[in-house]
Design a protein around this ligand. Sequence first.
Ligand SMILES: [Fe+2]
Length: 261
Amino acid sequence: MIIAQIADTHLVAADAADQVSRARAEDLRACIADINGLAPRPDAVIHTGDVTQHGQAAEFTHARSLLAALEMPLYVTPGNRDGRAGVMRAFASDGYMLPDCAFVHYAVEAHPVRLVAVDSLADDGGAKGDLCHARLAALDATLAEAPARPTALFMHHPPFDVPAAPDPFAYQRRRAADDLAAVVSQHPQVVRIFTGHMHRPWTATVGGVAASTVPSVAIDRRYGHYAATMAGRPVYHVHRFEGDWGFASETRLVGSGADPL
Ligand SMILES: [Fe+2]
């Protein structure tokens, strides 16, 4: 199974006169064209949050119109910029989210790797994440449903330190990440954790499981150090599952041509 991961598109409303609007839309368009052109083609795309800049309806409308060009299923988890309700309104019609759930928590069963979305938003709407008992219990129960199926979690806030970032830890409470790691460690079928939020690449281990962040699709919000040849070219991740040893991940520079995966 191949998963393309995009994150932190930070889209604003469509406005041809606004340079930021045009640039961020073009960053996403370029990623989508690259994803659609990969061979072999990804089975699914995950967006690990901050679809929008301000969580406004017009921004989600813009996002939906752009993301409609993807030629494979898309699964979204909310970022702090989006808000929970905004993501539910914008993407519930795609049918993969649980109706009447207080959080954006769901499992996707349609692929060889089970995908489980974790809602890492804090209830106060702040930039940092949090995980309450209800969400951790829901995650534990969801994972207990399919102990034999390889499973990947995806969420916005990375539950590990990113020392290169000005603020290395993305959660309000250290305990939230510790509790998540404890749940993960109880379910050995969890093979990978995909996150966003940091706008830069990083890898770590959470509860014994490999975890990673991805650079922001929005080039003007991308952090870290990149080669001059990458200026103006968005980046996303391609994760390829090999049953014997988990996921191998590639940082994909848009416009690199038809390199074999
Ligand atoms: Fe972001």
